[in-house]
Design a protein around this ligand. Structure first.
Ligand code: AMP
Length: 442
C-alpha cells in the first residue's frame, strides 16, 4: 500500500479555527444588531442556484460568470453553480415566494459563504463570506442613502476609518448614449490600452473604467464621465442621494471609476474603501453595492420593481481589524475549574458540574484526567480564577477544597455552601479601588 495522503484544505479555502471565532462572532453579532435596528429580516438561501440565474443577472461578460464560477452538472443533468454572490439568489427568492405581496419595500439581509474561482492571495479567497443587505420594492433615493449608511456603519462600529466611493452609472435610457461617447473616446486611444481592456472594449467598454492595469490609467483619467451624461431623472436621483448622505454625515468621495463588474446595476454604485490613500485600490475594497432597478424584471419578476443593496467581505473586515489591532470582545473568563481525584469523586463531580453550570458559573472540568498536577496545569492554561478539588477525603467529610489560582491559597469549605462561597470569592476577585482602598463590589 502506498503512503497515505496528507489532506489539506482545497486551494483558496480556509478553516476558521477556534482562535479565530471571536472575530466572526463579533461581526455576526454586530450585523444582526444593525439589521434589527434598521428593520431588516434575515433570509437564508441554498449554496447553489441554477447556473442560468447568474448568467442572466450578473451577466455573461462579467468576470464572475466568465471565469470564476464553480459550475457543475448534477446527477439529474441540471446546470448548477455555487453562489458567487447573494443578490441574484435573494431576488430569485423574492419572486418565487411572491414577496411583492408583502408590505414594500422589503428589507432583507443575510450572511454566509460565497464561491469564486479566483487567484488566491491576501484578502482574496475561493470561499469567502459576505454580509448582504437589500431593500427591494422602492425607488426613492433615500433607500440608496440608507443602504450606504448601513454599509458605512458596519465599518464604523468595528472601528475602521472608511470612505464610501460613490458614482452613478445611469439607467437603461441614458447609459447607451454615454456608452457611445465613451466608446468613441476609447476607440481613439485604443492603441494605448492594455490587452485585457482591448478585449473588454468589444464586450463591455464600461468595465475598462475600473481596470487596474497601469497602461490604462491615463486613458481612464481623461475619459468622459457618466455623471456628465445622466438623464434628468438619474441626475436628480444622484443629487438627492448625496444630499441625504451629507445629512447623515456619511463620508463619501465621488469616483467615476466605480462601475462595478456586474451587469445588473443602474444609477447609484458604490464601494467601501479604507480612508487612507495608500490602502486604497480594488483589492482593498471592503464592500460594494448599488441600485439594480431592472433585475427583478430581468429574471422574471414584476416590471418596475426597483431595488438597492450591498455586500461586504467578512475576511477583508477581519484582516483590517487585525492589521489595525482593533479590539474585539473575547470569550468570557473561566470562573471555576473542577478537579477530581478517584472514582467516587468523578461521579460526584459530574453532578456538581451540572449544578454550577446551571447556577451561571463559567466552569471547565478535568473529568478524564487522573493526577491533580495535570488538572491544575490545565486550570492554569485556561486562566481559571478558582479551582475546586474534590477527593476521597472531602467526599467522606462533606467538604471540598477551593484553590485561588493566582495566589495558590487553598481552603476547605462545606460542600453545601459551595455556591455562596464561590460567589463571594469571585466577587472578591472583581474588587475595585476607591480612594486608595480596596472596596468590595456590592
Ligand atoms: P464584489 O461584489 O465583487 O465587489 O464583492 C463584494 C465584496 O465581497 C468585496 O468588496 C470584498 O470585500 C468581498 N469579496 C469579493 N470577492 C472576494 C474574494 N474572492 N475573497 C474575499 N473577499 C471577496
Amino acid at each position: 500500500m502506498g503512503k497515505t495522503k496528507n489532506f489539506q484544505t482545497v486551494k483558496g479555502m480556509k478553516d476558521i479555527l477556534p482562535d479565530e471565532q471571536k472575530y466572526w462572532k463579533y461581526i455576526y453579532g454586530l450585523v444582526d444588531n444593525l439589521a434589527r435596528e434598521y428593520g431588516f429580516s434575515r433570509i437564508d438561501l441554498p449554496l447553489v442556484e441554477d447556473t442560468s440565474l447568474y448568467s442572466r443577472s450578473v451577466g455573461t461578460s462579467s468576470e464572475i460568470v466568465e471565469k470564476e464560477m464553480y459550475s457543475f452538472t448534477d446527477k439529474g443533468d441540471s446546470n448548477i453553480s455555487m453562489r458567487p454572490e447573494f443578490t441574484a439568489g435573494i431576488v430569485r427568492s423574492y419572486i418565487e415566494h411572491g414577496m411583492l405581496d408583502k408590505p414594500q419595500p422589503l428589507k432583507l439581509y443575510t450572511t454566509g459563504p460565497c464561491f469564486r474561482y479566483d487567484r488566491p492571495q491576501s484578502g482574496r479567497y475561493r470561499q469567502f463570506h459576505q454580509i448582504n443587505f437589500e431593500i427591494i420594492g422602492e425607488a426613492d433615493p433615500i433607500t440608496d442613502a440608507q443602504i450606504i449608511q448601513i454599509a458605512f456603519k458596519i465599518n464604523q462600529l468595528v472601528g475602521l476609518d472608511v470612505v464610501m466611493q460613490v458614482n452613478s452609472i445611469g439607467c437603461k435610457d441614458c447609459r447607451p448614449d454615454y456608452e457611445k461617447v465613451l466608446k468613441d473616446y476609447l476607440k481613439k486611444h485604443r492603441s494605448k490600452l492594455s490587452e485585457i481592456s482591448k478585449k473588454r472594449f468589444i464586450k463591455n467598454p464600461l468595465r475598462i473604467l475600473d481596470s487596474k492595469e497601469k497602461e490604462d490609467q491615463e486613458v481612464i483619467d481623461n475619459a468622459p464621465q457618466q455623471v456628465d451624461h445622466l438623464c434628468d431623472g438619474c441626475k436628480n436621483h444622484f443629487i438627492q442621494v448625496l444630499e441625504y448622505l451629507d445629512e447623515i454625515e456619511v463620508p463619501y468621495a465621488l469616483n467615476p471609476r466605480i462601475v462595478r463588474g456586474l451587469d445588473y446595476y443602474s444609477r447609484t454604485t458604490f464601494e467601501i474603501t479604507p480612508a487612507s490613500d495608500e490602502e486604497q485600490g480594488r483589492q482593498s475594497a471592503l464592500g460594494g453595492g448599488g441600485r439594480y432597478d431592472d433585475l427583478v424584471e430581468l429574471i422574471g419578476g414584476r416590471p418596475d420593481t426597483p431595488a438597492v443593496g450591498f455586500a461586504s467581505g467578512i475576511e477583508r473586515l477581519i484582516l483590517q481589524i487585525k492589521s489595525k489591532d482593533l479590539k474585539v470582545p473575547s470569550d468570557p473568563e473561566v470562573d471555576v475549574f473542577l478537579a477530581q481525584l478517584g472514582i467516587e469523586a468523578r461521579k460526584k463531580a459530574l453532578v456538581l458540574f451540572e449544578e454550577l453550570k446551571d447556577a451561571g458559573f463559567n466552569i471547565r472540568e478535568g473529568f478524564s484526567k487522573k493526577g491533580l498536577k495535570n488538572q491544575l496545569e490545565l486550570a492554569d492554561k485556561l486562566n481559571a480564577k478558582l479551582s475546586l478539588i474534590l477527593g476521597q477525603k472531602e467526599i467522606l467529610d462533606g467538604t471540598i477544597m477551593v484553590r485561588d489560582m493566582e495566589g495558590g491559597i487553598q481552603e476547605v469549605i462545606d460542600y453545601k455552601k459551595i455556591i455562596p462561597e464561590l460567589e463571594k470569592r469571585l466577587k472578591k476577585v472583581e474588587t475595585i479601588v476607591v480612594n486608595d482602598k480596596i472596596k468590595e463590589e456590592k
